[in-house]
Design a protein around this ligand. Structure first.
Ligand SMILES: [Zn+2]
Length: 84
């Protein structure tokens, strides 16, 4: 079950990154959330992906055992992470 271990590593990483990398938006430009696909004014940028306020809260509060977390994870994979 090699992929499961990789998956768990990403799960932990994403939660940490959301906390660390979130940047509050100050402009009123409407952005499309990569998680729920709705257009919102308020939210955070995670690298080049926009996540609306409510999704960001959900992601942080959702337990990693929760089935919804896998959905969030899939959506977050749209973000192009900078290569180290
Ligand atoms: Zn959203």
């Amino acid at each position: 079950m090699k992929s499961l271990y990789i998956c768990c590593g990403i799960v932990k990483d994403v939660n940490m990154e959301v906390e660390r990398m979130k940047t509050l938006l100050t402009d009123f430009e409407t952005k499309q959330c990569i998680v729920c696909d709705s257009k919102q004014e308020k939210g955070i940028f995670l690298y080049n992906g926009f996540i609306c306020e409510s999704c960001e809260r959900d992601i942080v509060q959702t337990d990693t055992d929760d089935a919804r977390y896998l959905f969030y994870l899939q959506q977050l994979r749209k973000i192009q992470l900078p290569k180290v």
